[in-house]
Design a protein around this ligand. Structure first.
Ligand SMILES: [Zn+2]
Ligand SMILES: [Zn+2]
Length: 273
């Protein structure tokens, strides 16, 4: 399994996943042209994408979905609620496949397990993506106000996690945002802070967890080095020695090879077996 967060933050989110011969995008929140350019940077042909799985209707996750689907003939997977909420992006010529939170579905070699999150959207979901050839499991969870028992369960036993580290609690508190925006971001339907991401990551830690990519960083209330320091520092203290990456808005992360990460981390992960 290989993956790259093509870019992440309030200006757009998209994650590329490849398992076996199947390539999917989780969200396409940049213009279709920008998503294609980011894929090409990684050596991936934009026409080779088998599906776009949409997590919720917010523009930073759907901006390029309609145009991309029409331009490259890519099927879109989304819930009926999300489809209704972003109907203006669709022209009717796209292939749209409905899924339901809690009901896993298969796209080629990948099994997608969508689970409901807590966020101010119609049907917000996170996804676990399993490579059916290798059994490797990726969890993607951004845009969540708080981690529920169901979310923790869905993200357990992942080999790699893409996890939201939206804001630093102190920077949000002292930011220029109006009180209503601060309340919305830090509410149970808003976004996960660095501190909350650190707690969740430690809860989800297990010997097979080889990598974590922090994502959806706020440009106002966070910085990549701060997210890395807070979450990475807490994980290190807890004994984790996996690969930590921080996704930024402007460019894709490197193409992470999950098997390689697992292999590389093998001996050190034994420390807490
Ligand atoms: Zn959102
Ligand atoms: Zn978002």
């Amino acid at each position: 399994m290989k993956l790259s967060v093509l870019g992440s933050g309030s200006g757009g989110n998209s994650t590329f996943v490849r398992g076996g011969n199947t390539r999917v995008l989780i969200d396409a929140g940049f213009s279709a042209r920008s998503v294609a350019r980011r894929l090409e940077e990684l050596g991936v042909d934009p026409d080779s994408i088998d599906a776009i799985v949409v997590t919720h209707e917010h523009g930073d996750h759907t901006a390029g979905v309609g145009v991309y689907a029409r331009r490259h003939g890519t099927p879109i997977y989304m819930t009926d609620g999300t489809r209704a909420a972003c109907a203006r992006l669709l022209r009717g010529s796209e292939t749209v496949v409905a899924y339901r939170p809690g009901r896993p579905f298969t796209i080629g070699d990948l099994r997608v397990e969508p689970f409901l999150t807590v966020h101010d959207a119609i049907d917000p979901v996170g996804v676990a993506v399993v490579d059916e050839c290798t059994g490797l499991r990726l969890g993607v969870a951004t845009d969540l106000g708080r981690p529920t028992v169901q979310i923790r369960h869905a993200l357990s036993a992942c080999d790699v996690l893409v996890l939201e580290a939206n804001h630093d609690e102190l920077l949000l508190h002292t930011s220029r945002y109006p009180a209503s925006v601060k309340r919305r971001i830090s509410s149970s339907h808003g976004h996960l802070s660095n501190q909350a991401a650190a707690r969740l990551a430690i809860e989800l830690m297990h010997p097979g967890l080889a990598g974590i990519v922090l994502a959806h960083l706020s440009s106002e209330c966070n910085r990549p080095e701060l997210a890395r320091e807070v979450v990475g520092g807490a994980l290190e203290k807890a004994g984790w020695q996996g690969h930590l990456d921080v996704a930024v808005q402007e460019r894709p992360t490197g193409l992470l090879d999950v098997e390689m990460l697992r292999y590389r981390n093998g001996p050190s992960q034994l420390a807490f077996l």
